[in-house]
Design a protein around this ligand. Sequence first.
Ligand SMILES: Nc1ncnc2c1ncn2[C@@H]1O[C@H](COP(=O)(O)OP(=O)(O)OP(=O)(O)O)[C@@H](O)[C@H]1O
Ligand SMILES: [Mg+2]
Length: 495
Amino acid sequence: RIRDGVRDDHEPRRYPTSGVGLVAVVLESGRPLRTDDYAAECAGRGVKPVAGALDMRYWLGVPLSARDRVLGMLVLRSNERPFTEAEEGLLLNTAHLTALALSSVRLYEERTRAYGELAAAQDQLVRTEKLRALGEMASGVAHDFNNLLASVLGRAQLLLRRVQEPQLRQWLQVIERSALDGAQTVKRLQEFTRIRRDQALVPLDVNEVVRDALDITQSRWKEEPTSRGVTLEVRTVLGKVPAVLGDAAELREAMTNLILNALDAMPEGGNLTLSTALVDGRIEIAVADSGVGMTPEVRDKVFDPFFTTKGPQGTGLGLSMTYGIISRHGGSIAVESEPGQGTTFRLSLPRGTDVPGAPPAPIPLSSPPVRALRCLVVDDEPPVRAVIADILESAGHAVVQLGDGGEAIARFAAEPFDLVVTDLAMPRVSGWQVARAVKRVSPQVPVFLITGFGVELTAEERRAHGVDLVLVKPLQIEEILEAVAEVARSHTSAP
Ligand SMILES: Nc1ncnc2c1ncn2[C@@H]1O[C@H](COP(=O)(O)OP(=O)(O)OP(=O)(O)O)[C@@H](O)[C@H]1O
Ligand SMILES: [Mg+2]
């Protein structure tokens, strides 16, 4: 409401809509009313006159109606002369046009709001779809790379066990290191797909997660700025919050990404504030910086995988990973930012029920294997099954290699084996089918499932599928040999 060109913040004067005054009569009936005696008309209709309205006796009121709804009223009052029928007609016309204008304003507002909601829903859909498509691509790439890295790493580690010459050993170690770094990158790629889930969710204190993330990044906000003569102030406002059900490593990673981004945004120093609070029954973590902020264009893209404004130094995966991690935890993430005004990221997580997940039983590592095993290795990729076979043979076990799940099931039914190691994703017959078939024939024979994907299964579900252990590519030689040694030991100790 504007009065004389100035915003008018006074509450509009409201008449009671029933029982008092002639306004109530018109609003209820939806019909115009004209009288030469306000007080008598009120009395005749059984309503109380409005205090302060008795000073004028002539009264004319018409409803503002549009599409069977009364939106308001126009009222004329006078002390001088009665209103005529022609004036009533004129006022009714005016009221009709006013009501039409009012209702089209309302329609316009509703339509604008509906468009806004639609656009927001579409944005959300596009983002989810984009992440899903990229996630799918990334996990395909990750799977292929894992197979490549499996042979590179396996061969390098096998050679390291044979080669004595220091120079050659050093070169091999470089190959081993690079393959492991490659595996780390693949893991980062897999982080923002929902496929990786090898850790059970446990109740966590987010305040501890925040403190840990600050510890991890300390050199970046303490030592490094001090050495450049820049002042960076870090503040924590940690509220008392209930536990969340989560994966501590993942949440630490999410917080670390947000902190590092905030520090990158404050090259000349500034303030970083980390706070936690219980908001509407959810746990909110806010990371606020006083840095350079973002334009709306940048802000719209921050969660896109590979979006970065940092040139070659940035991978643009930090925030898409954070987004993936937070969605996996049933949470949401929002960003507020203006250029030059700093940035605040807000995470909202559901509170966890206080049921601690059972920690996975550790594989005891002790004495070396004492008995050679007959192993069946199934993988459709020849270089991968060859490297697994070589690893097992290097530890003195006998190996039969096959490239097809169906063949493996037939072979297992025909010959005794002590251990089956099978790839998960194979054409025709999958690793799960191999595992189930093996357990049908000999439930006591362990089955190891090898996969390039993290497998989203609990220990119980794995057992129900007939799988004793899941090994994730690229395989580390020690990991396979220790697991196999454990099988060999149990064979020796069995009666
Ligand atoms: N706190 C912030 N202030 C200003 N800009 C930010 C902030 N956080 C993120 N951004 C913008 O979002 C982009 C994407 O961030 P993201 O963490 O995904 O990737 P990155 O930091 O560029 O690279 P990476 O984290 O992989 O090293 C950044 O390049 C930056 O432009
Ligand atoms: Mg980042």
